[in-house]
Design a protein around this ligand. Structure first.
Ligand code: AMP
Length: 287
């Protein structure tokens, strides 16, 4: 696997490969890699000639400086995992390489309600920083396909909207959420869970499964209230448990109201903030 710290080196290599007709798949990450990240590489490898990953802990998407400080970093282990997964190249830039001093990379895009609800409400500024770094990384890598996880459903929706607004030809690929055996969605943040909180955390997946089973027969407001209660009873501190339309991210009250319904949850497990989601209904013909 080739490892690039500078954009120019990566671009020179990719230019040569693209001239040979190779297709490029790209999976941006913040490192502390787990099987969820590696699943993106595995899917990209089946669809593209070359797979590029990036590891960059993006300071502009952390609204809480303590969260940025505590974010796990383990580059040697990450490199070994990517080699094992057969990734072709890794881009591991410094902050100055991504944000050259003096260059204003902020995007003037309006995401409407997409970046105001759920994570947008609880992490102000997060999606602006996320969109800026994804756009910058896409400018550098110029992939044919972009691989991102369903795990961060709101992020995926906003990136899809960003590509549409920019008129980009890059194809966004939604990759399924990889879970531990007990249902907990894999996350770099799970490393920081205490044993007691690790034992409590699968309640998030269980509460979403219960919501999926209940929604056809009950209004969303009742299902949501019960979801919040289940999370509290498990010892977690939930921020939201929202049932939304998978396109607009606006609340859905009844099962019949939308062809694409997703339950999205965020909860604190001690001092670790976890998010997850589950598709309740998706009608492929209508999405
Ligand atoms: P992160 O390093 O948390 O920024 O995540 C990088 C990419 O990996 C994003 O597209 C995430 O949605 C995706 N990802 C993170 N966790 C998982 C998971 N458990 N399953 C699938 N994809 C994931």
């Amino acid at each position: 696997m080739l490892v690039f710290k500078q954009a120019a080196g990566l671009q020179a290599w990719l230019d040569t490969e693209r001239r040979d007709g190779k297709t490029v798949g790209f999976a941006p990450t913040m490192g502390a890699l787990h099987q969820g990240h590696l699943s993106l590489i595995e899917i990209a490898k089946t669809e593209c000639d070359l797979t590029v990953a990036s590891i960059f802990v993006n300071p502009t998407q952390f609204n809480d400086p303590a969260d940025l400080e505590k974010y796990p970093r383990m580059p040697e282990q990450d490199i070994a995992l990517l080699i094992g997964a057969g990734c072709h190249a890794l881009f591991m830039p410094s902050v100055d390489e991504v944000y050259p001093p003096g260059l204003d990379l902020r995007l003037q895009l309006d995401f409407g309600p997409l970046d105001q609800v759920m994570e947008g409400k609880f992490r102000p500024g997060h999606f602006g920083g996320m969109a800026m770094v994804v756009n910058r990384l896409l400018d550098i890598v110029q992939p044919h396909r972009l691989y991102m996880g369903q795990k961060d459903f709101q992020q995926l929706t906003i990136v899809g909207d960003m590509l549409r607004q920019l008129g980009s030809a890059i194809q966004l690929v939604r990759c399924p959420t990889t879970r531990e055996a007990d249902g907990l969605a894999m996350s770099s943040r799970n490393l920081r869970l205490s044993p007691a909180m690790r034992a409590a955390a699968p309640a998030i997946y269980q509460s979403m499964q219960a919501a999926k089973a209940a929604l056809p027969g009950e209004p969303a407001s009742a299902v949501q209230a019960r979801g919040m209660e289940t999370l509290r009873a498990a010892g977690l501190d939930p921020e939201y448990f929202d049932i939304v339309d998978g396109h607009s991210l606006l609340p859905v009250e009844h099962y019949a109201d939308s062809n694409f319904i997703v339950v999205c949850a965020a909860a604190w497990a001690g001092d670790v903030r976890l998010i997850d989601n589950l598709v309740i209904k998706e009608n492929p013909a209508a999405t």
